[in-house]
Design a protein around this ligand. Sequence first.
Ligand SMILES: *Cc1c(COP(=O)(O)O)cnc(C)c1O
Length: 408
Amino acid sequence: VIDDLAEARQRDANDPCGQFRARFSLPEDVVYLDGNSLGALPVATKAVLDDAVARQWGRDLVTSWNRNGWMDVPQRIGDRIASLIGAKPGEVIVTDSVSINIFKLLTALIRLRPGRRTILSEAGNFPTDAYVASGVADMLGLNLRLAERDGVLAALDDDCVALLLTHVHYRTGARFDMAAVNAAAVERGIPVIWDLSHSVGAIPLNLHEMGSEYAVGCGYKYLNGGPGAPGFVYVAGSKQAVLRPALQGWMGHHAPFDFTDEFFPGQGMQRFRTGTPPILSMLALESGIAAFDGVDMAALWRKSVELFTYFATLMTKNCPEFRLVTPADPMQRGSHISFAHRDGWPINNALIARGVIGDYRHPDILRFGLSPLYTGFADVWRAVDALADIMRSGEWRRPEFSVQSAVT
Ligand SMILES: *Cc1c(COP(=O)(O)O)cnc(C)c1O
């Protein structure tokens, strides 16, 4: 036994955010530390989906678009997300995937700056961000420049048409100084698209205060929307009217049911809609976000910081062969903690076999998500205790833990 489990349990009992764990349906025998990849299932979601299927779809059928307000769902949920990220009602719309939303924002912003030829992003950014940017660059005859993380600001120049950055890095958990990046880019007339996938629902965000004008984010991570839940787009109110997304779907038209031959963009964020919204997924996402009702994001973040410190301390003491790669300063990171170890893949599999679910990111990162709505101190204790035991016993060397799989 590495430390006192009773003490961890006591900390859970005293935790002002501890009550929120009951909003989630988590298996008893599992320590879930991957809410940054797939958020846990809220207890309320099953009833929400039962109603959506049986009553709204099954009984009300197509009349649900009006009767059950299906047309307004993307905006309604967008407004809930807005309140989590310091945006105003009408500035966020839920639609499509993060990848598609990056495409829509990027192409719309490029149209406004015809002379500029370079899209700038970070080397080692989340792959989809770089892939989409690279596809856009190829299509439009532009260049994609991937700068090293600490060289991004120095790479901003007058040829730069847009800067695409992920706020919290998916592997290391390192966080960009959003306000500083925005200030440096705005000075050169460069719009910044922030990917909030690993920030939203985890750390307090105030996009307006930080000077952020464009963002996208993910619905199935800390927002608990369920596998493949739709993502969202944010555009500051003053910037919406001039943007023309290149993906002109009928749901982005200002009056889709006029069925006109010509496309007229919808009001505000409506123009970022494309096709028919996936209502079942949307309603599951709404239920996931409802798990934040009455939650003080500042208190939640304080808890995340405490969980991180506890995790790092236990690891230093009991698993010193793992190297912490996440910045220790809370202002410079998000809500997951990552360690490097060259045998990360089999070690992570051995952990999963013991019911401790984190994940592995190529080539050597063990990543543990701290979702403070439902992760507790005893979870952290159990995870490190299992890891220490796996290392001590050499259990991770068993051949079955080295087998490759499609999803890591
Ligand atoms: C999870 C994640 C995405 C997901 O993109 P999808 O198109 O919704 O699959 C995008 N960007 C980042 C940084 C992510 O972490």
